[in-house]
Write a protein of this length. Structure first.
Length: 160
């Protein structure tokens, strides 16, 4: 049985459309499953609330608080210790510290924790960070009615 010419053309068109669909589906799947690809969370809200962000930056400067973050490799993970002081160098005790951490090459994999108070001006805990390299630590510190925010980018060594 001979295939007629128009059947061949229809088959070729359907085949090309099917191949296009497979390529597009594969590209979308790869883009969405890659942890190194990330879109800034709530970027539209952040753009809309730009004045609030600038007000927070001014409030941070007015508070004069300092956040010093140190990391130490452990057998499994990294110990993170945050030292919080006010503008005069006095300890900020009893604050609620929220931390968001992510590796620069894996911005889609975020670790969110509340850092417990250790003593004095120190807050910290062991975190399951497994990749060495540049990390971003986003801090949100609440003490009474005050809110202090900071972003610290730090090169981290891991143990094990």
């Amino acid at each position: 049985m001979k295939i007629q010419a128009h059947h061949r053309w229809v088959g070729m068109i359907v085949g090309l459309l099917g191949m296009s669909f497979v390529i597009q589906f594969t590209a979308l799947w790869l883009a969405n499953s890659d942890p190194s690809f990330a879109v800034v969370e709530d970027y539209e809200r952040k753009a809309h609330d730009w004045d609030d962000f600038q007000a927070q930056v001014a409030h941070n400067a007015e508070l004069g608080w300092r956040a010093d973050l140190r990391t130490s490799p452990l057998a499994r993970g990294v110990e993170v210790v945050l030292t919080l002081t006010d503008g005069e160098g006095a300890a900020i005790e009893g604050a609620e510290v929220a931390l968001v951490a992510f590796h620069n090459a894996r911005a889609g994999e975020k670790l969110r924790v509340a850092l417990p108070h250790i003593s004095g001006s120190r807050y910290g805990m062991a975190l399951p960070l497994q990749r060495a390299g540049l990390w971003e630590f986003q801090l949100e510190v609440r003490s009474g009615d005050d809110l202090f925010t900071d972003t610290i980018r730090k090169s981290v060594a891991v143990g094990g």
